[in-house]
Design a protein. Structure first.
Lengths: 249, 291
């Protein structure tokens, strides 16, 4: 294949890793997302905050291909993936850590991790396991334990480690702080910052607006299925609307 | 132990091993889709009928057995592809009704192609019984038991030590998460029909020399395999095996000590009791733990 002209290549570099335009999602007659547009730069750490039922999980379901988009487009690294099956998106490196962690309770920690690397070669799986255990030593000590026996915090770590097994280009996290004690929340957010620093592009969806805005570079606010605000995370943290509605100030 | 008891036990375990293989098929498809495949018994019938037909037509014995099983797998995959897959957004009840329709169709097709008659297959290694404790054990029974044991170990390895097996388990435990891990859950469904048909087909050629083969032989076998699966807890492979053996042995004891007229009733009584008293099967709990 001949290489594209320089200008096109530069355009591809400037292009965001994920670009969503005019996305709409429905549950039957209910419209859960309306005209959602967002862009996530390669290497960025972006958050989307929203209250209960705002449509955060729905957005991630559509991005991952679990729910079809009723309208709009999703592009990953320039490629239109709107119609791709969920498993095909995983192969492109779009990996989600879903709400409630969803560890496979009866399977061992190691099997959960291996399945996280399902789309990877055996070699990559072995390397991934090594890295996962280096990053989360507690998981290695209990590698043969059924995942369902882990504490909530450990399950969240397992869920993140499992997602990393797939070698994400873009990691989507749905409320990783949910149901965790403040100390564990700190730990989870530190892990996310470390991942982003190591080069993984991260999109984290949260109700815990203060924490999310504290680690992210860019942020969106979702309300009743629409993006009502967007900007630098630091700026949104001091925006009066965000302070009133999400920070309780 | 009396020779009678031993005799009933042998025949019960042999029959039970076949129910176990059929029951495993029910559980595997149920795990992948929540569908109860009522064409499972027809898999047994197809393999037996096809193998007997080929043997009668002069095909080498082993080749005929292999072809019978292979044809069954093809039918299983085709059933999924052309009857289940196009309706995959329909409710589970609809899909179950589709499998009932498919079973009727397969019986009709078998009658057209293989005739209505009862046909017999020669035993794999003769009919000279082995006498143990005064009871006679047919070599074919040893084939049935031996192959069943091998299959159980092979399945255990498949599910615990291969990525495809683990992907099937993951799909059973949490289909949404399975998709998020990149597992093609539609392919898993297709694979589960192939595996269930393979087990049914193997049961079909193993049992054919012991019972006759005819177009409706799968009806009872299917029901008893279903009974085995729910007795062991639908979706639990090891439960289906235990359930199969229990159904087989209870049947043989009933037929031996009471009357063979009651033999087929045993399975139905078990189904009723399980549904009313033990909806989770003998080993309790819900069929599959979901998070
Ligand atoms: N399966 C469904 N069927 C119908 N409506 C749904 C379904 N799932 C979600 N909804 C509705 O869509 C809207 C958005 O839900 P969603 O789960 O995306 O919100 P969320 O922001 O993730 O909320 P939470 O913070 O509680 O997780 C809600 O009004 C919800 O009731
Ligand atoms: Mg949610």
């Amino acid at each position: 294949m001949s290489s594209p002209p320089i200008s096109a290549r530069e355009a591809a570099i400037a292009e965001p890793l994920l670009e969503v335009q005019g996305l709409e999602a429905r549950y039957g007659p209910i419209r859960a997302l309306a005209d959602v547009s967002l862009a996530i730069a390669d290497g960025g750490l972006v958050t989307l905050i929203g209250g209960n039922g705002a449509g955060k999980t729905t957005l991630l379901r559509v991005l991952s291909g679990l729910l079809p988009a009723a309208a709009g487009t999703i592009r990953l690294a320039g490629q239109d993936i709107t119609a791709l099956a969920a498993s095909a998106r995983v192969r492109l490196g779009l990996i989600q850590v879903p709400e409630g962690r969803q560890v496979l309770a009866p399977l061992s920690i190691e099997d959960n991790l291996l399945l996280g690397g399902y789309t990877r070669t055996r070699r990559e799986q072995a390397e991934g396991l090594e890295q996962a255990y280096a990053m989360f030593p507690a998981l290695e000590q209990r590698r043969r334990t059924a995942a369902g026996l882990l504490s909530g915090g450990q399950q969240q770590m397992l869920a993140i480690a499992r997602a990393l097994m797939a070698k994400p280009r873009l990691l989507l996290l749905d409320e990783p702080s949910m149901g965790l004690s403040p100390i564990l929340v700190d730990e989870v957010f530190e892990t996310i910052v470390r991942l982003a620093a190591a080069g993984t592009t991260v999109f984290v969806v949260e109700q815990n607006a203060f924490r999310a805005l504290s680690i992210a570079e860019h942020a969106y606010v979702l309300e009743a299925g629409r993006i009502i605000l967007e900007g630098a995370a630091g700026a949104l943290k001091s925006d009066h609307r965000v302070r009133e509605a999400y920070l309780g100030l | 132990m009396s020779a009678d008891f031993l005799q009933f036990l042998f025949s019960g375990i042999t029959q039970g091993a076949c129910y176990a293989l059929v029951g495993l098929g029910f559980s595997i498809i149920y795990n992948a889709s929540q569908v109860i495949n009522f064409a499972q018994g027809e898999f047994v019938m197809i393999a037996g009928m096809a193998a007997v037909g080929l043997i009668d037509a002069g095909a080498p014995f082993v080749l005929a057995l292999a072809a019978g099983v292979a044809l069954t797998v093809v039918v299983g995959v085709a059933l999924e592809k052309f009857a289940i897959e196009p309706a995959r957004n329909a409710s589970v009840v609809t899909l179950i009704i589709i499998t009932i329709g498919a079973s009727i169709f397969l019986r009709g097709a078998a009658e057209l192609l293989g005739g209505r008659g009862f046909r017999s297959m020669p035993a794999f290694s003769g009919n000279e019984p082995i006498v143990i404790g005064g009871a006679a054990l047919l070599p074919q029974s040893l084939w049935v038991l031996g192959v069943t044991v091998v299959i159980i170990f092979a399945l255990g390895r498949f599910f615990n030590a291969t990525m495809h097996g683990k992907a099937m388990l993951a799909t059973a435990y949490n289909p949404v998460m399975a998709q998020l891990m990149g597992i093609n859950t539609r392919l898993v469904l297709s694979l589960s029909f192939a595996l269930a048909a393979l087990l049914g087909g193997i049961a079909g050629v193993l049992i054919a020399p012991l019972s006759l083969t005819y177009s409706t032989v799968g009806v009872m076998l299917g029901l008893k395999g279903f009974c085995a699966a729910i007795l062991g807890g639908l979706g639990k492979p090891m439960g289906a095996i235990a359930g199969g053996l229990l159904v087989g042995v209870s049947e043989a004891m009933t037929a031996g000590y009471l009357s063979s007229a009651y033999k087929d009733a045993v399975a139905f009584v078990i189904i009723l009791v399980v549904l009313v008293v033990l909806p989770g099967g003998l080993f309790g709990g819900r069929s599959v733990e979901r998070v």
